[in-house]
Design a protein around this ligand. Structure first.
Ligand code: UDP
Ligand code: MG
Length: 139
């Protein structure tokens, strides 16, 4: 398996509760190299565009409000099989179903406020990385 890149977010719930350091530590201990990272806020139109695939879902408005309520940490992670490995470390969308040892099991409050985001496929990563990072920002 070749080196692969994925896009990750530490969401507003986890940043506000002071879990950024613990999540970064789990990322590094699981073999990912952080090749881009910044803390910023997401504006409402950005959140709507980023989650456009979910715009007809009942949770869309709540999700946009949540993702814009406070600072996030956006990252590009690199390792072998990064997309699947990051989804594995994140755990299930609903923390009630998340496996032991996953980030969502440890930190998520509920199915909405679930601490982290990760690209779900190579095509998604290829859209999400340039949404937040220029090539000169990736090391
Ligand atoms: N979400 C929600 N309610 C749901 C499903 C999802 O609030 O019933 C939120 C949650 O924050 C989730 C995000 O919408 O992480 C995107 O949903 P998706 O199904 O893509 O889950 P993910 O890929 O983040 O595991
Ligand atoms: Mg998703």
């Amino acid at each position: 398996m070749a080196l692969e890149r994925t896009f990750a977010i530490i969401k507003p719930d986890a940043v506000a509760k002071g879990h950024t350091g613990d999540i970064l530590s789990m990322i590094e201990h699981n073999g990912f190299r952080i090749i881009g990272m910044k803390m910023r806020r997401i504006a409402k139109p950005e959140a709507e565009a980023f989650y456009a695939v979910h715009k007809e879902r009942p949770f869309f408005k709540g999700l946009v409000n949540f993702m814009t309520e406070g600072p996030v940490v956006v990252m590009v992670l690199e390792r072998e099989d990064a997309i699947a490995k990051w989804r594995e470390l994140m755990g299930a969308t609903n923390p009630a179903n998340a496996a032991e040892g996953t980030i969502r099991k440890r930190f998520a409050e509920n199915i909405e406020r679930n601490s982290v985001h990760g690209s779900d496929a190579p095509e998604t990563a290829a859209q999400e990385i340039p949404f937040f990072f220029g090539t000169a920002e990736l090391l």
